[in-house]
Structures are given as C-alpha cells and as structure tokens.
Design a protein around this ligand. Structure first.
Ligand SMILES: *Cc1c(COP(=O)(O)O)cnc(C)c1O
Length: 400
C-alpha cells in the first residue's frame, strides 16, 4: 500500500514538471475592475463579472436585507424543507427573463448541467455534443448512461452525421448540447443551424448560456434571443455566477422539464439550496439588468474598444465575437510568460495552456466588463504592448 501523502507529493511534482502547478491568486478585497493581489493593485481582465453587478449597491443591499428577514441559510435540500418563497420567486423571474414556461435553480451552473444531463437522459437516449463544450457538460454526460456522439467544434455537417447515427441506432430521446458562447475562444455557437439540424432529426436542443446571458440578446437574455429563436430551444441552462454577479445556475424550459428535474436531478435532490441572501441578490440583479440597460451597452463599447486596440497592436485574437478576447501566443511557456509580464505592469490576465486549450494555442485570456473605464483599458493596452515587445512575441507590433 502506498503512503497517501507521498503519493500526492509525487503527483504534485508531476504537475510542476509539466508546468501546470498553480498558486491561487488571492484577492485582498472585492472582485472589481481593479483588484489587489499580494499588495499590488491590478487592472482585472480575469473575471466573468461582465456587467459589474457583484459589487452593485442594489445587490449588496438585497443580500443584507434577505439575510435579516429569511436567515443566513436555507437549512435543507429543496425537496425537504429548503424551498422558501424567494427561491420560487427567483424561478418565476428567470422564466420570465428567458421567455419560458418554467425555470429551476441549482446551486451552480456546474450543478445545473449535471442535473439536466443526468436527469433528462438515460440508457435508451443519446447526447450529441460539441467537442469544445464546457467541462461541466462533459461531467454531466459522464453522469448519464446515455450514448455519446461528439461532433467537431461548430461543424454542422458532422452534427448532421451524428444525428443520423443516433437515429439509426434507435435512440429514444436525442439531445443536442452546445455552449452558447465558448469560454476559451469567445466564439458564438451556430444556434440557428443547430436548431434546424435537430428539428430535421427529431432531436431536442440544449444550450448552455453561461457566457451569453447578460452579454448577448435583448436585455442580456442570451443566445436564443440573439438569434431570435424564442420557443425553438427546449432547454436553456444558465449561470447566476457570471454576468448576474452572484452564484448559482438554472435550467429554463417547459413545466415538464422543471418537474422532471425536481424528481430526477441529483444535484437538486441531494444538495442544500441557496442561502436567502444569494437568492435575493440574484433577483436584484435581474431588476438591475432591466432598469440599467446601459450596462450591456457599455460592456459592448468596451469590448469593441479593447479588441480593436489589441488587434492594432498586432495580437492574434482568434475567433472571438464576444467580450472574451484571447491573445493567442503559442506554447504554454509563452502564455504564462506573457501573463507574468502583464502582472509586473499592473494587469491581471490569466495564462491558459494545454490541456485546457490545444498545445500550440496557449493564450492569455482577457474579459472586459461594463465597469472598466477607458483609462483602465488604455493602461492595459499599453501593458500588452510593452510586454509583447519585451518577450519578442511574434505579431506584437513595435512602437513607431
Ligand atoms: C462557468 C460555466 C459553467 C459553470 O457555472 P458556475 O455557475 O460557475 O458553476 C457552466 N457552463 C459554462 C459554459 C461555463 O462557462
């Protein structure tokens, strides 16, 4: 028998050797457009706080007030005694927001994907999934006994082939699953084409809008609204942890979907519901998204400005169509080197490398938010220019 500590140490050594060992970045205050890490003030290009809502005074006030009125915790899982009136109020509002008959909240977007895929699909069924879907979809698929059919990223021809195969194999339910916006490249799923292929094959569609809600569509309603596909997508999964600024996940769709998840969604059944403060802050966030549409406008103004600035400097921003803008530099060491050089210049942007992305597609991933000022974005662009020159990165244009 091996000694556990020794065996864990060996595993950590292996990670270090592969350059995959990470220290956690510890923020010494709120998650905002600037953060303090290790006493250093940094422009934050690493958050999913698209609309700047997680420090919004209305959300903070709603959380405090709800803790006083409803308590600090919910005390049970939803199916026992952990459903308070505000849990259902949030679900009613989410269904309105998404334009669906019903919605169900889960503890996180991760839990939502596990609940939906594990709850809806069984041994007789098929899941047809984009190869670059988020890890929580992959884990959700692992939790089902459904048969898996993968298609190449956004390849509608291959999707059609996989759908044919699933039909020929006589599967009962066939569910096509895609991220709405892909988290590493910031590209948008070809949802109209996916819906069309699925319809032709008698399959249903599930879209995970974690990075699309608050960002795409009217009032931030997500990719279904962006493509005017209301009523055409059976399951919309979302997170309350990114643009909404708090914590949680949800599945929006039919009343039948909600009822099935209540009975068969394992994370729903076996894990305690949200504290009231979280729920109330989410409700306040939906109200702010409605009453302050300028936040979404500012997010897109900043996105266009920053993306244009990076491209002017000669950086490769890949396929991005959203506020997620990767700066693709190549192998892992280059990506980590650029991230470190930016950090020395007061910019916090994470390096991302293999195995999260392909070996030759290591990158620094940037996400701007509605709360960044032009001055902050200009300082960040300057840091990119200096760091790119210092590292001699191909593509980064030297200053005249
Ligand atoms: C972030 C993310 C999730 C997980 O959401 P959490 O609320 O953080 O658990 C799920 N799916 C996608 C596509 C994501 O980007």
């Amino acid at each position: 028998m091996t000694d556990l500590q020794e065996s864990l140490r060996a595993e950590l050594d292996q990670l270090r050797e592969e350059g995959r060992f990470r220290e956690l970045a510890v923020l010494e205050g709120p998650q905002d457009s600037e953060v303090v890490i290790g006493g250093q003030r940094l422009i934050n290009l690493s958050s999913n706080n698209y609309l700047g809502l997680n420090t919004h005074p209305k959300l903070v006030a709603a959380a405090c007030e709800a803790a006083r009125r409803w308590g600090a915790g919910s005390g049970a899982v939803r199916t026992i005694a952990g459903t308070q009136a505000i849990h259902e109020e949030l679900e009613t509002r989410l269904a309105e927001f998404k334009g669906t008959p019903a919605a169900l909240t889960l503890q996180s977007g991760y839990a939502a994907n596990l609940a939906v895929l594990g709850g809806v699909l069984g041994e007789a069924d098929a899941v047809v999934s984009d190869e670059l879907n988020h890890a929580s979809i992959i884990d959700g698929i692992r939790l089902t006994k459904a048969h898996r059919y993968l298609f190449a990223h956004k390849d509608l021809g291959q999707l059609e082939q996989r759908l044919d195969e699933a039909r020929r194999d006589g599967r009962r339910r066939i569910l096509v699953v895609s991220d709405g916006v892909f988290s590493m490249d910031g590209d948008i799923a070809p949802l109209p084409g996916i819906v069309e292929r699925a319809r032709a094959a008698g399959a249903a569609v599930m879209v995970d809008d974690a990075h699309a809600s608050g960002v795409l569509g009217k009032g931030g309603r997500g990719s279904v609204s962006h493509f005017h596909l209301e009523g055409e997508v059976e399951i919309q999964v979302g997170t309350l942890s990114k643009a909404v600024g708090v914590l949680g996940g949800y599945a929006a769709g039919s009343q039948e979907l909600r009822d099935v998840l209540i009975h068969l969604g394992r994370p729903f059944l076996f894990s305690t519901s949200h504290p009231p403060a979280v729920v109330a802050a989410c409700i306040a966030a939906l109200e702010v998204m409605d009453s302050e549409p300028e936040l979404q406008d500012r997010l897109w103004d900043n996105t266009r400005y920053f993306k244009h600035g990076l491209e002017q400097l000669g950086f490769d921003c890949g396929q991005s169509e959203t506020p997620i803008t990767p700066v693709v530099v190549g192998e892992a060491a280059k990506a980590m080197g650029l991230s470190d050089a930016l950090r020395r210049r007061g910019v916090f942007a994470q390096g991302i490398a293999f195995p999260t992305v392909a070996r030759d597609k290591g990158r620094v991933r940037t996400i701007v938010t509605a709360s960044h000022t032009r001055a902050q974005l200009d300082r960040a662009l300057e840091a990119f220019q200096d760091a790119g020159q210092e590292l001699g990165l191909a593509g980064s244009r030297a200053a005249p």
